[in-house]
Design a binder for this molecule. Structure first.
Ligand code: ADP
Ligand code: ADP
Length: 222
């Protein structure tokens, strides 16, 4: 069953055509990767699904409802994590809940829980500059998970993480996904990464971004 449906999406930036007539369904509870070379429109498509930018044509529906901007059922994890440098890990993670009007005691409690889930217990009072790239990435992931959105949209979240830690985060993501039964849409330009983590891969072709294929890797992770 599809939770997110994309119909007839087109997007141009001035005279640069980034996406042409994209039609896709994203199944609930699965991790779908958008895979393709740099510039093929992956980030553009993800941001349109997030409601962060508008499409030139077409529609996005989430749970059957048409959306035209950001909403609480979708959380976006930015490539650069978008952390507030002046705020602690706890405050950064709790920020998404703060925006949604959750009271301080409750949001701190929830934030601590997700900080623990991503393996950062003990770092609640540190500032982003005191953490490694991989740890900052986990703060961004904890913030996205803590708002309890059904759909998590991740834009190359491992690009700032070194090769050795990347596999560990990929495994964290696989584990978090099965523990939480959330829907993930994941942008990557790495075939290796897409095959390793995905239930489904959408292959976008460059110039202008079109869907060339939907692939379902048959991976036994047991
Ligand atoms: P990808 O994420 O696959 O690398 P993008 O979605 O970032 O692709 O970009 C798709 C195309 O749109 C590229 O040609 C890129 O240069 C162009 N593009 C993306 N964002 C903008 C923008 N804000 N203004 C102009 N062109 C853009
Ligand atoms: P990615 O690493 O996903 O390919 P980019 O590094 O291409 O993303 O783009 C980073 C940011 O710059 C994005 O917000 C994108 O919208 C913007 N951008 C990309 N290409 C252009 C462009 N040709 N002109 C203006 N902005 C762009």
């Amino acid at each position: 069953e599809a939770i997110v449906e994309v119909k007839g999406i087109c997007k141009s930036y001035g005279n640069v055509e980034a996406l042409r007539d994209i039609n896709l369904d994203f199944p609930r509870g699965k991790l779908t990767s958008l895979l393709g070379p740099s510039g093929c429109g992956k980030t553009t498509l993800l941001k349109i699904i997030a409601g962060l930018i508008g499409a030139s044509a077409g529609s996005v529906t989430v749970d059957g409802k048409r959306v035209s901007g950001p909403g609480p059922e979708r959380a976006f994890v930015f490539q650069d994590f978008a952390l507030m440098p002046w705020a602690t890990v706890l405050r950064n993670v709790a920020f998404g809940l703060e925006l949604r009007g959750t009271g301080k005691a409750e949001r701190d409690e929830i934030a601590r829980r997700y900080i623990a889930q991503v393996g950062l217990s003990g770092f609640e009072d540190k500032y982003p500059h005191e953490l490694s790239g991989g740890m900052r990435q986990r703060v961004g992931l904890a913030r996205a998970l803590s708002v309890d959105a059904e759909v998590l949209l991740l834009d190359e979240p491992f690009s700032a993480v070194d090769e050795q830690n990347r596999r560990k985060f990929q495994e964290d993501l696989i584990r978090l996904r099965s523990a939480q039964n959330k829907t993930f849409i994941f942008v990557t330009h790495s075939i290796e990464e897409a095959v390793y983590i995905s239930d489904r891969i959408v292959l976008l072709s460059p110039r202008p971004g079109r869907v060339s294929q939907v692939i379902e890797p048959d991976i036994d992770r047991s």
